[in-house]
Design a binder for this molecule. Structure first.
Ligand SMILES: [Ca+2]
Ligand SMILES: [Ca+2]
Length: 127
């Protein structure tokens, strides 16, 4: 049931044109309206509505809790990416794993903006 929610979320986000790590990074920046570097519950709900994910508020709250793995009531970029990456691991997009490992300079298992921005500036092509 929870996996279905996540899959639905991913599919909707992807249908809206968010593909690949950079797009997701950009998406995160767009969703983070107050540029706090984290998604609040409000921002996340707004995102689900804007992207017409088609989930009920209860489901959105559930998703939020799944994304927020350290339970500080915000979704960090690392948590956001981990959740999306977890989805992809179960699918056919193993490439994302390779890209993720490539970008994750610190080998921390999570990406932060520095990783993404540094690589972007360095002009590394991922395609
Ligand atoms: Ca925010
Ligand atoms: Ca969190």
């Amino acid at each position: 049931m929870q996996n279905e929610l996540l899959n639905k979320f991913r599919e909707k986000v992807y249908q809206r044109g968010a593909r690949g790590i950079f797009s997701l990074g950009r998406l995160f920046q767009i969703l983070d309206r107050d540029r706090s570097g984290k998604l609040s519950r409000f921002e996340f709900e707004k995102c689900c509505k804007d992207y017409r994910v088609g989930l009920k508020l209860n489901d959105i709250q559930l998703l939020f809790d799944m994304f927020d793995t350290n339970h500080d009531d915000t979704i960090s970029y690392g948590e956001f990416m981990s959740a999306i990456k977890g989805l992809m691991n179960r699918g056919r997009e193993n490439l994302v794993d390779a890209v993720f490992a490539h970008l994750d300079r610190k080998q921390a298992g999570v990406l932060d903006f520095d990783d993404v921005v540094c690589k972007a500036i360095a002009g590394v092509s991922l395609h």
